[in-house]
Structure formats: structure tokens, C-alpha cells
Ligand binder design. Structure first.
Ligand code: PMP
Length: 430
């Protein structure tokens, strides 16, 4: 396009060395992806110099926007430590902060990503219980490891090629928010190590856990010695300072974090009950099972410094009403979208939890089981048209909107203006 010739040229060049010209399947969108040069606060700026209000936030981590001072200053303060150092002193401070914020976090193990955090948490649960089976829910994503690329859609097919079904035989899948189905499985089996869930069901459409369901999960797992794991890679520091645990008032045994934890640097964490986390403790008594966990980059200094800066800023936001204000602004934006679409005769359904939302065009009541029928093609076109009008509400291919603390009233006003223009300019209703 005339607006983005440098992105177009980079994509042509990039395709020769990078599959699809990108470094991750979800980063591509048609006709070609944008390549970014920098970002500042609520804006991301492409290599052609176009600025976009960024509500995609790199799929969630940029809860504080681009280049937040609180994070950059901490990284700068620790720069002399070098990128990797044995047992860096700030490791302890970072763990103390996380433990102070997250209700279930009696102990903390840092690692590199959300995928790794889930792998480790499940291993600890299996080691602790001596059982193998893990319950996961349809529509929940837990990272890119083979075992958990099952049941992302309403059936059990492995997600994508190259994933042997044999790697998934210990994963039992259930419909989410279905108390009867869960209680039936509990009554039937005694070999379950863990129940794993993303309390927002983000990947499957952000349908969110019902509070009753979470309380049943908590009661039944506790009664059976099953480890309840909240995958808070998405919900952590987003549903509120204390993540889904704080939002729902349900404390799991273990929880996983990544994304917003380090606000853009790469850091994951498993946190949880001291007795369960003891399986990774080199000092555990010989009669306690010991689970292996190690990673060369587990405690990179920039990542830990970023996490300290980010968590300190989340605390400040929480104390000053920032989470409540962002929730209100996101709610107003969702209402604006629904009424703008309605004015053009298009039925829009929005799932929203705090600063996150996903959009569906549908006449009939929307639900996860009807997910495949929802009109994602039109929503993709809408996101693409918005990008051409300076608003990256989501990447067209992902339908993931994540507002950040960097978004101000002026940004939300500009989003509303772009939405009006796009709906007037393009014939979405046809
Ligand atoms: N769990 C959930 C709930 C996620 O949303 C994601 C990433 N979108 C992951 C785990 C995997 O995290 P990562 O991409 O850091 O491996």
C-alpha cells in the first residue's frame, strides 16, 4: 500500500529467510504484516513512520504501554550487572514482590515463558501427587507444548500438524463452566494430578469462568488432593493487581505467570504452596519426590529488573484507582463499539473482562460451542481497516484487544472517531 511501502519491502525480503517473513505464526496478517520501528506510551510506530494507537499490546504483555519509564529505569539501574549473572541479587527482591502481590504465592520459581511455566507447574503437581492425569478445558490455551495443544477447539483434535496424539493421552478434556461434567469426572477417577485452567478462557473467546464453577473446582480438588493450577499468563496483573485469584477470590495451589509480569521483557514464573513447590527444592528430604526444573536463562537481569519495575507500577496503579479507571474506559469503549455497529444494522457481541475484549458479529446468542459459526472474517476486515486509520485495536488475525495503562481519554476518543469513519467508509453490513 502507499502508506506502508517499507513494511511491504521488508516482508518481501524477510520471506526469503523467515517462514512467512515473521517469527511466530500469529504475527502474520494479510496482505502483509507491518514491521515496527519503535513505540512510545500508547502508540506503536511502523518503519514508514505511521503511528498507531496500540490496543494489541504485543498480545498482552505491554500492560504499561511502550517503553514505560518505571520499567526502563529499573533496567537501566541494573545494567552494570550484565545480562546474565549467577544468582543475581535482585532475584530475591523480585520474588518477594511477586509473593507479596499474588495470594497463592508462598514460593516462586522464575523461568523464561508461559509455555515453560505451565510445563513446570504440571510437573510439580505430578511429582507431588504421584499421579499422571491432568484435566484441561476445551478452548483453553496453555502454551505451545505438545501435550497442551489439545482441545483448543470444541473437540479434542491436536492443534496443528506435528503434534502426536500420543503426547496428549494423559490430558483429559472437559467443557468449561460445566459443573455437572466436572463432578462426574471427579466421581469416576482417582488418578488426577492437576486441574489446569485459564480463568478468562482467553484463547477460546474470553468467555470467562463463572464464579460458581471456580468454587466447585476449588472444593472438589481440595477434597481429593488434586492440585488446582490457575494459568495466569493472561489474567496476571490484568484482571486486577492480584490477577484472577484476586478477581474471583479463589486461591489455587499453583499459578503460572508471564506476559505482563515483566511488561515486555521475557520472564515467566510458577508460584504456589510451599509444600508443593518443595518438589523443586534442592534441600528437600530424600523421602520427598524431587522434580527437575532448570533453564539457562531463568534469571536474566533485564527481565528481573523489568518485573520489579512493572510490579511496582501495577501496585501504584492499584492504589491510585488505575485498574478501576481502565475497566471503566474499556467498558465505555465496548459500549461505543456495540452502538456504532448497531447504527449500521450489524449485531456485535463483545466479551470483555477488565482491560481485555474480543468482538463477534452474530445474530444468535454467542457461545464457545458456536465459535466456529461466528463471523470472524468481517471482524478481521474491521481490524485491518482500523489499522489503516491509525488504530491497532487488535491484529486482524487474533481478535485480541488488550488496553493498557498508557491509553488516555484522548486515545479512546481517537478510537471512537476511527471506528465511525471505518463503518461509514466500508460496507460491512452487506
Ligand atoms: N498460557 C496462556 C493462558 C496464554 O495465553 C499463553 C500465551 N498466549 C501461554 C500460556 C503461553 O505463554 P508464552 O507465549 O509466553 O509461552
Amino acid at each position: 500500500s502507499a502508506r506502508t511501502p517499507k513494511s511491504c519491502a521488508l516482508w518481501e525480503r524477510g520471506k526469503a529467510v523467515l517462514p512467512g517473513g515473521v517469527s511466530g505464526n500469529l504475527r502474520y496478517f494479510a496482505p502483509y504484516p507491518l514491521y515496527m520501528a519503535t513505540g512510545s506510551g500508547s502508540r506503536t510506530i511502523d518503519v514508514d513512520g505511521n503511528a498507531y494507537i496500540d490496543c494489541f499490546s504485543c498480545n498482552g504483555p505491554l500492560m504499561l504501554g511502550h517503553r514505560p519509564a518505571a520499567v526502563l529505569e529499573e533496567i537501566e539501574r541494573h545494567r552494570d550487572m550484565g545480562p546474565l549473572i549467577l544468582n543475581p541479587a535482585l532475584l530475591v527482591e523480585c520474588a518477594e514482590l511477586l509473593a507479596a502481590i499474588v495470594p497463592c504465592a508462598e514460593r516462586v520459581r522464575f523461568l523464561n515463558s508461559g509455555t515453560e511455566a505451565v510445563l513446570s507447574a504440571v510437573r510439580y503437581a505430578r511429582a507431588f501427587t504421584g499421579r499422571d492425569k491432568v484435566v484441561k478445558f476445551l478452548g483453553h490455551y496453555h502454551g505451545q507444548s505438545d501435550a497442551f495443544l489439545v482441545g483448543l477447539t470444541p473437540d479434542r483434535r491436536p492443534f496443528g500438524a506435528g503434534v502426536p496424539a500420543s503426547t496428549q493421552q494423559d490430558i483429559l478434556t472437559l467443557p468449561f463452566n460445566d459443573i455437572a461434567a466436572f463432578e462426574a469426572l471427579m466421581a469416576e477417577r482417582s488418578d488426577i494430578a492437576a486441574v489446569l485452567l485459564d480463568p478468562a478462557m482467553h484463547s477460546g473467546g474470553l468467555w470467562g469462568a463463572s464464579s460458581d464453577f471456580l468454587h466447585v473446582l476449588r472444593r472438589e480438588t481440595a477434597a481429593r488432593g488434586i492440585i488446582l493450577i490457575f494459568d495466569e499468563v493472561i489474567t496476571g496483573f490484568r484482571l486486577g493487581l492480584a490477577g484472577a485469584q484476586g478477581y474471583y477470590g479463589v486461591t489455587p495451589d499453583l499459578a503460572t505467570f508471564a506476559k505482563a509480569l515483566a511488561a515486555g521483557e521475557k520472564l515467566g514464573a510458577v508460584v504456589g504452596r510451599a509444600d508443593v513447590m518443595a518438589v523443586t527444592d534442592p534441600l528437600t528430604a530424600a523421602d520427598i519426590p524431587r522434580a527437575f526444573q532448570s533453564g539457562t536463562g531463568n534469571d536474566g537481569t533485564a527481565a528481573l529488573a523489568a518485573a520489579i519495575g512493572a510490579m511496582t507500577e501495577y501496585r501504584r496503579q492499584d492504589a491510585e484507582g488505575g485498574y478501576a479507571a481502565l475497566d471503566t474506559a474499556a467498558g465505555e469503549c465496548a459500549a461505543m463499539l456495540v452502538s456504532a455497529f448497531a447504527a449500521h444494522g450489524i449485531p456485535l457481541h463483545i466479551n470483555r473482562m477488565a482491560s481485555m475484549m474480543q468482538l463477534f458479529i452474530t445474530d444468535a446468542p454467542a457461545s464457545f460451542t458456536r465459535y466456529a459459526e461466528l463471523r470472524t472474517d468481517l471482524i478481521e476486515l474491521f481490524y485491518l481497516a482500523l489499522i489503516n486509520h491509525g488504530v491497532m485495536l487488535s491484529l486482524p488475525t487474533s481478535n485480541h484487544v488488550y488496553f493498557s495503562f498508557a491509553q488516555q481519554a484522548a486515545d479512546f476518543a481517537a478510537i471512537a472517531e476511527a471506528v465511525t469513519t471505518v463503518l461509514q467508509t466500508y460496507p460491512f453490513a452487506e
